[in-house]
Design a protein around this ligand. Structure first.
Ligand SMILES: Cc1cc2nc3c(=O)[nH]c(=O)nc-3n(C[C@H](O)[C@H](O)[C@H](O)COP(=O)(O)OP(=O)(O)OC[C@H]3O[C@@H](n4cnc5c(N)ncnc54)[C@H](O)[C@@H]3O)c2cc1C
Ligand SMILES: NC(=O)c1ccc[n+]([C@@H]2O[C@H](COP(=O)([O-])OP(=O)(O)OC[C@H]3O[C@@H](n4cnc5c(N)ncnc54)[C@H](O)[C@@H]3O)[C@@H](O)[C@H]2O)c1
Length: 481
């Protein structure tokens, strides 16, 4: 007979959401079990946020050298040593992973279980681990199983190990000569640009008009034309066929300019991620799932329907970002721990940053969301082209749009492509989160000369737009136009 462990709370997955859930649940009960087959260390530290930013840091250093000539500084004999670039990426990545592993080591051994969990019924899990199968009975559960890259099966069968995903990049011993990157979302854009700046021959293939997550049509168009000019990018490509030819891959795609083919060392698929919920055996739980097989949850409590099961992080397929995974884990862990006393947790003002050059940031509600909701809003804009400090440092590319509500004058959201977007995005998200009006935001100090003065210009424009009477609605006009 399969041995049975009986606990109050079982947590499936020891990533960022799962670890956060574990700490929260432990505040309410000692009978908690954290289940994960590994590799441990979290997606963020092992194959996500941290190693990608390490690669980008190397690319920024190479770019700064290239760009020095605009300041009258010519650098001779530049050589990018791919082996050393990747050695630093791996070493620093291992250091970050090491801190997570140390944290996990500190968790009592009888609170940890090595294995893959799936549901037998709403209160029982089968966990397949190195010691065989074990049944876990839990009063409450937190699903925090993360996500994995989407991969067309025909690409895998055609290319074998020449089809790679983000995980593979950060184990490279050296930089490859050439990479086809498919997908112009955050991962594709960040990695393709970094590799391009590090001297790798890259082709970035997208299938739509946009690059990255910007939803404001004017900003999306600006981003598209900027990346068209600075990256080997084909935005309207439909990959028709991929094939392996010895040590190379041939990628055949169709676009408005016809059918093209190119050979690369590898094809890096960055066409989105899917939640790791498909093999969890939800059919044995009676939980309601969406068309992708992801259970429907309350975004403030993380509770799935009226059940005793909670879901957090990328597994929930809602806001697949690190700080959201940690917050969701915390909410789910507390609610699972003190169940049936389920309480709404604090959700923060949305904030997303893409670490390309120039960076992309989105704070608060997006242009798409405001428009879809029929919100009455006005837009203030600034271009960084002639913004003082941005020109001084030679990074005068991009624009910022801030959205304010007609009537209340409250800041609702912002989108931008431009210098220091990671910092400006924070300032704006904090201001939006405090419920500030445009007038309150403008009452804050702005030093001179700084990039933040660009925010002031956009806010002043927004104030003027809010002072003017609202334009009469016209057919085809979106709110905020
Ligand atoms: C290349 C890349 C770059 C990124 N950059 C950023 C960034 O700059 N900023 C940002 O905010 N976000 C970034 N993200 C997103 C961020 O990394 C994720 O949103 C976050 O790590 C998700 O955490 P998680 O806990 O949901 O999942 P994970 O950390 O993946 O944890 C899931 C855990 O579940 C375990 N598991 C899976 N199935 C089972 C099962 N059946 N039973 C038990 N355990 C199971 C897995 O082994 C894993 O340990 C990036 C992601 C990628 C891929
Ligand atoms: N800086 C950051 O915060 C950061 C960085 C990387 C990833 N992430 C997180 O990871 C998530 C996943 O990133 P992602 O870039 O894999 O997904 P994504 O959903 O952001 O982008 C995937 C892109 O691939 C395109 N695509 C899908 N199928 C395609 C096909 N067959 N051919 C060509 N293009 C195709 C989609 O249209 C989309 O543009 C992001 O949503 C983000 O939340 C965050």
């Amino acid at each position: 007979m399969t041995p049975v462990r009986d606990v109050d709370v079982a947590i499936l997955g020891a990533g960022s959401a799962g670890l956060s859930a574990y700490r929260a649940a432990r505040e309410h009960t000692d009978r908690v079990l954290l289940i994960d087959p590994g590799p441990l260390g979290t997606t963020c530290a092992r194959v996500g946020c941290m190693p990608s930013k390490l690669l980008i840091a190397a690319a920024e250093a190479a770019h700064a050298v290239d760009d020095a000539t605009r300041f009258g500084i010519d650098v001779q004999g530049v050589r990018i040593d791919g082996a050393r670039v990747m050695a630093r990426v791996r070493a620093e990545r291992d250091r970050f992973v090491g801190f997570v592993l140390d944290d996990i080591e500190r968790i009592a051994p009888d609170h940890r279980l090595d294995g893959v969990a799936r549901f037998l019924d709403p209160h029982h899990l089968q966990v397949d681990g190195p010691g065989g199968a074990l049944t876990v009975r839990a009063d409450r559960m937190v699903i925090a199983t993360g996500s994995r890259p989407r991969l067309p099966p025909e690409w895998r069968s055609a290319l074998g190990d020449r089809l790679i995903v983000n995980d593979d990049v950060f184990d490279w011993q050296d930089l490859p000569r050439s990479v086809a990157v498919v997908g112009t979302g955050a991962i594709g854009l960040e990695l393709a640009q970094a590799l391009h700046l590090l001297g790798v021959r890259v082709r970035l293939l997208g299938r739509g008009p946009t690059v990255g997550p910007l939803s404001d049509p004017a900003l999306a168009a600006l981003a598209a034309s900027h990346f068209d000019a600075t990256l080997p990018l084909q935005r309207d490509a439909t990959v028709q066929r991929v094939e392996r030819l010895g040590d190379e891959v041939a990628v055949h795609w169709r676009s408005a300019s016809g059918t093209q083919s190119e050979h690369f060392d590898v094809l890096l698929a960055a066409i989105g991620r899917r939640p790791n919920t498909d093999a969890l055996g939800f059919e044995h739980t009676g939980l309601d799932c969406d068309a992708d097989g992801v259970p429907l949850r309350d975004p403030t409590t993380m509770r799935i329907g009226h059940s005793h099961i909670f879901i957090a992080g990328d597994a929930g397929d809602d806001r697949p970002l690190l700080h959201e995974a940690s917050d969701e884990g915390l909410i789910a862990g507390h609610n699972a721990g003190r169940y049936p006393d389920v309480q709404a947790g604090r959700r923060r003002t949305p904030l997303a940053v893409v670490f390309c050059e120039p960076q992309i940031a989105m704070a608060g509600r997006s242009h798409r969301e405001l428009t879809a909701a029929g919100t009455r809003f006005a837009t203030g804009t600034v271009s960084f082209e002639n913004q003082g400090r941005s020109r001084v440092i030679g990074r005068n590319v991009g624009a910022l749009h801030v959205y304010g509500e007609r009537g209340t004058r409250r800041l609702l959201g912002a989108e931008m492509l431009g210098p220091a977007a990671e910092h400006l995005g924070h300032l704006l998200a904090w201001s939006i989160g405090r419920g500030e009006t445009v007038d309150e935001a403008l009452a804050q100090p702005f030093y001179h000369p700084v990039i933040e003065e660009g925010v002031r210009t956009a806010l002043r424009q927004l104030r003027q737009a809010l002072d003017r009477p609202e334009p009469a609605p016209c057919e085809g006009c979106a709110p905020g136009d």
